[in-house]
Design a protein around this ligand. Structure first.
Ligand SMILES: [Zn+2]
Length: 124
């Protein structure tokens, strides 16, 4: 695993997000259209843009944290179990803090997406 490779990718991603955030801000600053119907649509768009902006800001924070971990040498180590995170996983999510196994264990409890009813694991 070569942290330098991820450092390059993370910095490229940060540039991308910075561009996106600037576009979101520019769009949000545009005055609303005079037509009422269009205003309603613009309000919806603004909400989408704000959500997008928030998600991007969150990712910027995570990516900066990852750069910090590259600098102090802890990048790629699972925060939960201390094992090395697989390179394939880091390729997919360079700012991840936990390995696939720990993330999977957490996701099952946190989102329940694999068992939408929440009762699937309760047994017969
Ligand atoms: Zn782990």
């Amino acid at each position: 695993m070569d942290p330098k490779k991820f450092e390059t990718r993370i910095k490229a991603r940060l540039n991308e997000l910075q561009d996106r955030l600037e576009r979101v801000e520019t769009t949000l600053d545009e005055p609303a259209d005079a037509d009422l119907d269009d205003q309603a649509i613009e309000l919806e768009d603004d909400e989408v843009l704000e959500a997008l902006g928030r998600a991007s800001l969150q990712e910027v924070r995570l990516l900066n944290d990852a750069l910090g971990r590259i600098a102090d040498g802890t990048f790629g180590t699972c925060r939960t179990c201390g094992e090395m995170i697989s390179e394939a996983r880091l390729d997919a999510v360079p700012y991840t803090l936990v390995c696939r196994i720990c993330a999977g264990a957490k996701a099952t409890h946190a989102t329940g997406s694999a068992h939408p009813t929440g009762k699937a694991q309760a047994g017969p």
